[in-house]
Design a protein around this ligand. Structure first.
Ligand SMILES: Cc1cc2nc3c(=O)[nH]c(=O)nc-3n(C[C@H](O)[C@H](O)[C@H](O)COP(=O)(O)OP(=O)(O)OC[C@H]3O[C@@H](n4cnc5c(N)ncnc54)[C@H](O)[C@@H]3O)c2cc1C
Length: 440
């Protein structure tokens, strides 16, 4: 028999990706009555398989790190970029990280996180899609469609707080018309698919057969090309390959033409074609995301919080998406549980959370995009984050920013925040990242 969706709860979370599931876990762990509605059946596909080691601090807080370790995801040693002819390598171990980055199958990873939320006491309902939220009253009313049975049933649930973690659907930002696309020259879209039997790039800078994975750990491989950049991320049974392409280039293409463009690029681009020389494309796996970089001007109010991709998204070149989702979820849940304890301060907690979310978003955007477009970044907030970061994390980010030609904003902000000096002192370390060429 189907579990009945309650009519009331304290926090209603929309979406069970990393942002929604971790918000639900934090809240359930602190004793809050939380319901999560997810429109898909899990496991469900999702892109974004590369995780930088910073994520462990969040999964430690959630209490799910051990389960992640037990899953046996591929451990990655770092990244190699080939950007405008310059090859650079980063090994996390050079920056004191003792735990690895990971290449994860997102269907498995996200499922594991959401199962953990249930174990912690969150009530999770799949195949229930939120349609609209009425925020006009102190206790919002959430309208949903329950698609679990033979016929779809409309229903409502009333709560104290809504957490919108609906990913790039950005349900609330669309409803409230607070979402903006980044108006800039960095107007890209993404096109990705999966291959069987690809070779991979190892930490020794050479290409390897997948059978060698235990002996030589993989790295994430990123390369610029004439129309954007690409990623090659090896997973346990398949390899994720994505092209980020200027939107203009693909504007007039239909689905079939995009597939031809993707396959031709994979067969033609240097290094990528060598990695894929014995590989087979998994037919039907090609996916496409046109609504690419965006942000919401208002993410937190007294009765709602938008987190993860529902609040903003930037070009994923430095794998910040999941980290951003975890971070947003941690600060939003703290703001909510404190507001529940002290209702007179709920506006202040929402405001604090808003600045934290905008701060981290601005940081990621400075790191990942070569220009800021017209709006959407509070420079002072980004500088204060740079000043507050741990030296190790900051150093890694400063070095990472040097790996592409997109770091003008980031460097400028680091100068203004007075942290660039630290980077200059570490210049030898940065030079260590520069390598002659790839040997494949
Ligand atoms: C091309 C590309 C490559 C990327 N690469 C990386 C990478 O390598 N590393 C990285 O860290 N990040 C990467 N990202 C970003 C990363 O995938 C996202 O930042 C991350 O998934 C955000 O998590 P989330 O929980 O906010 O959203 P999602 O993971 O999108 O989860 C949202 C959930 O909400 C559900 N939902 C949506 N609408 C409703 C509704 N109305 N009602 C109920 N449920 C709903 C969806 O079904 C979904 O399960 C990439 C993104 C793209 C587009």
């Amino acid at each position: 028999m189907q579990q009945i969706i309650p009519k009331k709860c304290t926090v209603l979370v929309i979406g069970g990706g990393p942002a929604g599931s971790s918000a639900a876990t934090h809240l359930a762990k602190s004793g809050v009555d939380v319901v999560l509605l997810e429109r898909a059946e899990f496991p469900r596909n999702q892109v974004g398989e590369s995780l930088i080691p910073h994520f462990w601090k969040f999964t430690d807080q959630l209490g799910v790190s051990e389960q992640i370790q037990q899953q046996g995801f591929l451990r990655k040693a770092g990244g190699i970029t080939l950007w405008n002819g310059k090859v650079q390598q980063i090994l996390f171990s050079d920056y004191g990280y003792t735990r690895p980055g990971l290449h994860v199958e997102r269907d498995i990873f996200d499922h594991l996180l959401l199962a953990h939320s249930k174990q912690q006491g969150a009530l999770v309902f799949h195949r229930v899609a939120v349609k609209q939220v009425d925020l006009s009253c102190a206790q919002p009313i959430v309208y949903y469609l329950d698609t679990r049975g033979d016929s779809n049933l409309a229903g409502t649930i009333q709560c104290r707080f809504v957490v919108d973690a609906s990913g790039h659907s950005s349900l609330l930002a669309h409803q409230l018309e607070t979402q903006h696309s980044i108006g800039s020259e960095m107007n890209f879209l993404s096109l990705w698919g999966y291959f069987k039997n690809s070779r991979y790039v190892g930490a020794d800078r050479q290409s390897h057969h997948s059978a060698e994975m235990k002996a030589v750990p993989p790295v994430t491989f990123v390369m610029s090309h004439a129309n954007g950049w690409l990623w090659h991320i090896v997973l346990r049974e398949k390899t994720s390959v994505g092209l980020i392409v200027h939107s203009e280039k693909m504007k007039a293409m239909d689905k079939q033409q995009r597939e031809v463009y993707f396959k031709q690029s994979c067969a033609r681009l240097p290094h990528l074609k060598d990695l894929l020389r014995d590989a087979q494309f998994i037919e039907g796996s090609l996916q496409y995301r046109p609504d690419y970089s965006y942000y919401a001007t208002q993410t937190c109010q007294q009765n709602y919080y938008c987190i993860g991709d529902a609040a903003g998204f930037v070009d994923p070149i430095f794998s910040h998406g999941i980290q951003n989702a975890f971070y947003n979820a941690a600060v939003a849940s703290l703001a909510i549980s404190e507001s529940l304890k002290n209702t007179s301060k709920s506006a202040r907690y929402a405001q604090l959370c808003e600045s934290r979310i905008q701060q981290f978003y601005g940081f990621s955007r400075a790191l990942s995009l070569g220009d800021f477009g017209v709006h959407g970044v509070n420079r002072d907030l980004v500088k204060s984050l740079m000043k507050a970061m741990s030296p190790l994390e900051l150093e890694l980010m400063l070095v990472v920013s040097e790996m592409t030609n997109r770091s003008a904003n980031f460097k400028q902000l680091a100068h203004e925040a007075g942290v660039w000096v630290r980077f200059s002192q570490q210049h030898e370390q940065q030079k260590r990242g520069l390598i002659e060429d790839l040997q494949f």
